[in-house]
Design a protein around this ligand. Structure first.
Ligand code: NAD
Ligand code: WQD
Length: 352
């Protein structure tokens, strides 16, 4: 018996596709909507979701649409009895958000508003939002816990969209206490499904560390540039709380299962509680892959932070969720994905 039909916006993307696998495994039905802005088209639908069907042996219902297209989105609510929404759809490049702020505010904020309005209209009031550790700005202390101030010192429009949406969600719940909203603040998601069938597939040179590292290892990029080795950290390179994407996906199921018994708004960190520096992560990846990862030290990247590590105790206490996969497993799974799919979901000639 189905445990309910969950609408997954942006479900053809990196984190969404891994979450759909876990949803199906847990007996939920998934309806995915995605505008394919950052997903790769396969034969008749997103390639990521074909692979999800292969992994799970189950069917995923998919609609290609933009969540800002109210008419098309409303039809999904008419045609399916949606019980809850996992909202991943959005733009996520920090750099791009600095040069295209209006596009980021429009996509992320307007997209969320339109989705929430349609949910209200159809009486669907269970919502899980993909937020980010970026809302904390520079941490006043590490590890960072959920009551830490938010919104102060965020260095880019992308991060501000996450902060603004969090504030909007708080107001929605104040106005109508029937809403059940959980905001999940992800730390640094990496890795891939253990099957090697789905993973992260950046369009062009990766902005984030680990996909860049794996593309160096496979020979697509000559070397990594380490953005500064003069930070206030033990080896001078940035320290992050890397979290396996499957642990993250499982965290969404924990949040979803808990929604009906929640009241009001909840916010949880999804991280491991342990930080590794850029150089430690590179070393761990070399071990897992057996490949050398060449790097050079470059200048700091504007807007970067020295050290960001989660305090994940609240998620463990209230959601019963804890990350179980360490950095070696993240690297091994990332390498399997990269090795089996050197150009991700794309053909060699389409990869940049
Ligand atoms: P992704 O780009 O792989 O997935 C997002 C998906 O949403 C893409 O498939 C894209 O085509 C789709 N999309 C974008 N705008 C849309 C719209 N208006 N309508 C319909 N579909 C739309 O990114 P991801 O890494 O899987 O991230 C998922 C969510 O998690 C995003 O909201 C992101 O901001 C958030 N997040 C990601 C990270 C990270 O490091 N990956 C960290 C914190 C938070
Ligand atoms: C990690 C470390 C870099 C690339 C970003 C967003 C954040 C969230 C996750 C969505 C830093 C260093 C990186 C490279 C490097 N996304 N680095 N060379 O910046 O912690 O977080 O993604 O919400 O909002 O800001 O992740 O992987 O880009 O960087 O040296 O080529 O790796 O300087 O210390 P970040 P990242």
């Amino acid at each position: 018996m189905s445990r309910g039909t969950v609408l997954v916006t942006g479900g053809a993307g990196y984190i969404g596709s891994h979450t759909v696998v876990e949803l199906l495994k847990e007996g939920y039905d998934a309806v995915v909507v995605d505008n394919m802005g950052n997903a790769v088209q396969g034969d008749n639908g997103p390639e990521s979701l074909h692979r999800v069907e292969k992994i799970t042996g189950k069917k995923v219902t998919f609609y290609e649409l933009d969540v800002r297209d109210a008419e098309k989105l409303e039809k999904v609510f008419k045609d399916h009895k949606i019980t809850a929404v996992l909202h991943f759809a959005g733009l996520k490049s920090v750099n791009e958000s600095v040069s295209q702020p209006l596009e980021y505010y429009n996509n992320n904020i307007s997209g969320t508003l339109i989705l929430l309005e349609i949910m209200m209209k159809y009486g669907v009031k269970q919502f899980v939002f993909s937020s980010s550790a970026t809302v904390y700005g520079p941490p006043e202390q590490n590890p960072v816990d959920e009551p830490h101030r938010v919104g102060f010192g965020i260095t880019n429009p992308y991060g501000r969209t996450k902060y603004f949406i969090e504030e909007i969600l708080r107001d929605v719940v104040i106005a109508d206490p029937e809403w059940r909203v959980t905001m999940l603040r992800y730390f640094n998601p990496v890795g891939a499904h253990e099957s090697g069938l789905i993973g992260e597939d950046p369009d062009g040179p990766p902005n984030n560390l680990m996909p860049y590292v794996s593309q160096v290892a496979i020979g697509r990029r000559p070397h990594l540039v380490v953005f500064g080795n003069d930070w206030e950290t033990p080896d001078g390179t940035g320290v992050r709380d890397w979290i396996h994407v499957v642990d993250l996906a499982v965290g969404h199921i924990a949040a979803l299962n808990k929604l009906p018994s929640n009241s009001g708004i909840k916010v949880y960190n999804l991280g491991t509680g342990r930080g590794y520096s850029v150089l430690e992560a590179v070393k761990e990846f070399e071990k897992a892959s057996g490949k050398e990862v060449k790097y050079v030290i470059g200048p700091r990247r504007p807007g970067d932070l020295a050290n960001v590590v989660a305090d994940p105790r609240l998620s463990e206490k209230e959601l019963g969720w804890k990350a179980t996969r360490g950095l070696p497993e993240m690297c091994a799974d990332l390498w399997r994905w990269q090795d089996q799919n050197p150009y991700g979901f794309r053909k060699k000639e389409d990869a940049k």
